[in-house]
Ligand binder design. Structure first.
Ligand code: XMP
Length: 325
């Protein structure tokens, strides 16, 4: 029978057995899943684990700083930060297809982990090899990616269906059988702080799958601003716990006519996608108060250049998925 204590004990034993005296790296995304996976593996193998944070340039405002400070402070884990913005942006140049973006991002993550692996070995050459990669894959990620069969049922999550075929790491995925609420309980039991455990989900491919159209630096900067405003207002309104997550999406290939100041504009729409959910397998659109929506809309159109319209997504899942890509 299921308790968080059992899950932790079982996984710690299994991970120790699997890794032995070798070393592992864990990709940290700033999200709940990778944080809990990392904490669990750290409990099992301690300093044989190095966490790797890939700054792919697709993160939200303040996210990198948060990982560098909060997570390290909470766990004392060894952290390696890799600036890979150029690499991801050039790999994504000219690509608009959602599945293609997801596969590229999944592949580039692995290439960065391989590079980090080589660096860790070079820094401490006498030590055991780094053979394992820890991922915070959850049960719904596996199901929706087609169980790792290579064909996505719905979409390829970056850490399942998006992995390259020549993967040299052995995977450690201690959360593979769990749902998000269970992962949060495990995280709490492991002593992670509320700010990490109760964070809203954010996908590994980041803002890369929230730009409908090609991903460019300018578009990312614009979306980052809009997203920061939406998050700020939702937090100020005390709605963080009520909504599961609220993707903010830039329709980069769409333009509409507007009027701002004393002139005509021809800008892009921003979509707000607030949802409530239990496990992300199904979701309903959140009935947010109109005054909060109005504040977000006014601020985004005033403060973000090139955006002249804010629209609300009122679709449940199914038929819509939570993310637009
Ligand atoms: P969808 O869009 O499939 O999203 O309804 C379900 C949940 O999964 C998150 N998501 C991802 N998380 N890697 C992740 O780590 C991914 O590739 C990915 N794609 C979607 C999404 O934010 C939602 O919480």
């Amino acid at each position: 029978n299921w308790t968080t204590g059992n899950v932790i004990e079982e996984q710690v034993a299994a991970i120790r057995e699997q890794v032995g005296t070798k070393r592992a790296i864990c990709g940290l995304s700033g999200g709940v899943d990778s944080a809990v996976a990392a904490a669990l593996v750290q409990k099992a193998i301690g300093s044989q684990l190095t966490c790797v944070y890939v700054d792919h340039g697709l993160m939200r405002k303040g996210e990198t700083e948060q990982v560098e400070k909060d997570f390290v402070a909470a766990t004392g884990v060894q952290l390696k930060v890799v600036d890979a913005q150029e690499r991801f942006l050039s790999a994504l140049a000219g690509v608009s297809d959602p599945e293609e973006k997801r596969k590229i991002i999944g592949r580039e993550f692995i290439r960065v982990f391989e590079q980090a692996q080589a660096e860790i070995v070079a820094e401490a050459p006498g030590d055991q090899p780094v053979e394992f990669l820890v991922q915070g894959t959850l049960y719904p990620d596996v199901v929706e990616s087609g169980g790792g069969t290579g064909t996505a049922n719905i979409k390829s999550h970056h850490n399942v269906g998006g992995l390259p075929e020549d993967l040299e790491f052995q995977l450690i995925e201690p959360l593979r059988k769990l749902f998000k609420d269970e992962v949060r309980m495990v995280g709490q039991e492991l002593g992670l702080p509320e700010e990490i455990v109760q964070r809203q989900p954010f996908p590994g491919p980041g803002l890369g799958i929230r730009i409908v159209g090609e991903v460019t630096k300018e578009r990312l900067d614009l979306l980052r601003e809009a997203d920061a405003i939406a998050r700020e207002e939702l937090t100020a309104a005390g709605l963080d716990r009520e909504i599961w997550q609220c993707p903010v999406v830039l329709l980069a290939d769409v333009r509409s006519v507007g009027v701002q100041g004393d002139g005509r504009t021809y800008g892009h729409p921003i979509v707000l996608r607030p949802v409530s959910s239990e496990d992300a397998m199904t979701a309903d659109w959140s009935r947010l108060p109109y005054d909060v929506l109005a504040r977000i809309s006014t601020r985004i159109t005033n403060e973000v250049a090139d955006v002249n319209r804010v629209v609300l997504d009122v679709t449940s899942k199914p038929p819509g998925t939570i993310e637009w890509e």
